[in-house]
Design a protein around this ligand. Structure first.
Ligand SMILES: *Cc1c(COP(=O)(O)O)cnc(C)c1O
Length: 430
């Protein structure tokens, strides 16, 4: 298939990036389980290593199965290029890596996946980087947090665990004024519900572990570049705008234009950090993506029904689903994710911590796991698990206080899920 702007999402999620295998005609994308690729001759090898010709050298850098997935996701996001890596967390490091040097900071939202809070508040310090956490609903605070050493702004489109929606247009306007790239983690929305580049984002990251794969089989991540950022407009991004010492002085922006970030991610990021996706994993994610829109429609339909029902349950204190008219984020659905507010939200129980634990232990269809975005419905008590390393204030700010349970609504029968929640809530008591 030749990709054209006229194809719809449902067509692209099946066909973008894929073509019948030139050697065998295989219709499905083969799993190229090969570490290395034979060079035609010494000149061909040299051209590949000089990035003068695009091709395959070694699977730490590029692999034909993964290349299809990269093109598929870049197309669905409306980006110029994408680099897959071993996990969502790897994708976050890969996104920051070309932008940051010791002493530089990233301004980030307080409403983030718990593991990201830990990665940003603790682990990146080892690289000499730091993160400044801000309430992204307070745009003045976001502006005030940016200083001379800021190199990026980071948020989630629909934020884990509460399902809060970030006003991407407002944040990207601030990033633009400051000459900084906006990185959006679009994991919980997927490109079917939200397209961050249409709201001014520069880079999108995903944990492909979640909805893109959709069936809880493999971990993976991806960094997608819009191709729209002018890395040479200031002297803030020398890895991209100046001769890159890690690639014999190549100027990535001058040489590759809108694909500068993508080429840097492969030629320097994957080469030296080695956070590579494996072809088997890419295969599972390609299988999942074929049905992304169908699953997301059902995820949203179920989440809307279940959130509305939960709100009326006598043992429930509050439900954070942005698709509910009671949510303070409801007015952003139309603008940011018009096809629905996703399927991830939290429920606060009147019985507090003890009721949460009892509910989680009583559910039968919902699985108690540290994952989201599976066809199976999932539940977790964030404060004692995914957000456990956080302080009480960080838990509160992230929407993961001890009295809340996080639900990831699957694609089962809504009536069955409601019945399961009902029996568990009744056991949990008020
Ligand atoms: C799971 C998740 C991550 C981390 O992804 P992994 O694939 O587990 O490394 C990052 N951001 C969000 C929003 C997530 O849900």
């Amino acid at each position: 298939m030749t990709d054209g702007p006229t194809y719809g999402f449902d067509t692209l999620q099946i066909h973008a990036g894929a073509r019948p295998d030139p050697a065998t005609g295989a219709r499905q994308t083969p799993i190229y389980q090969s570490t290395a690729y034979v060079f035609r001759d010494a000149d061909h090898a040299a051209a590949l290593f000089n990035l003068q010709e695009v091709g395959y050298i070694y699977s730490r850098l590029t692999n034909p199965t993964i290349a299809v997935l990269q093109e598929r996701i870049a197309t669905l996001e409306g980006g110029a290029g994408a680099v897959c890596c071993s996990s969502g967390h790897a994708a976050q490091i890969m996104a920051l890596f070309p932008l940051m040097t010791p002493g530089k900071n990233v301004v980030v939202s307080t409403r983030l996946y718990g593991g990201t809070v830990t990665q940003f508040s603790q682990t990146i310090k080892r690289f000499g980087w730091s993160a400044t956490f801000v309430d992204f609903d307070d745009t003045d605070a976001v502006k005030a947090a940016i200083d001379e050493d800021t190199r990026a702004i980071f948020c989630e489109s629909i934020a884990n665990p509460g399902g809060y929606i970030t006003d991407l247009d407002a944040i990207s306007a601030i990033a633009n004024d400051a000459g900084l790239p906006l990185i959006v983690d679009n994991t919980t929305a997927t490109p079917y519900l939200c397209r961050p580049f249409e709201h001014g984002a520069t880079l999108v990251v995903h944990s492909t572990t979640k909805y893109l794969t959709g069936n809880g089989t493999v971990t993976g991540g991806v960094v997608v570049d819009s191709g729209n950022f002018d890395w040479s407009a200031s002297d803030k991004f020398p890895s991209l705008s100046q001769p890159e010492p890690a690639y014999h002085g190549l100027k990535f922006h001058e040489t590759f234009g809108p694909l500068a970030f993508t080429f840097h991610g492969i030629a320097v990021g994957l080469r030296d950090l080695g956070m590579t996706m494996n072809p088997q994993g890419a295969h599972y994610t390609l299988m999942g993506i074929e049905t992304l829109s169908l699953r997301m429609e059902r995820h949203v339909e179920n989440a809307e029904k279940i959130a509305a029902w939960l709100e009326t349950h006598p043992n429930v204190e509050a439900v954070t689903y942005a698709g509910l008219p009671s949510s303070p984020y409801n007015h952003r659905v139309e603008k940011i994710c018009p096809r629905g507010a996703g399927a991830l939200f939290t429920v606060a129980l009147k019985g507090g911590y003890d009721a949460c634990v009892k509910m989680v232990d009583s559910l039968e269809i919902f699985s108690h796991v540290a994952n989201l975005g599976d066809t199976r419905s999932l539940v977790i008590h964030s404060a004692s698990t995914t957000h456990r390393q956080l302080s009480a204030e960080q838990q509160e700010a992230a929407g993961a206080a001890p009295n809340v349970v996080r639900l990831s609504i699957g694609t089962e029968d809504a009536a069955d899920l409601i019945a399961d929640l009902d029996q568990a809530l009744n056991k949990a008591g008020s």
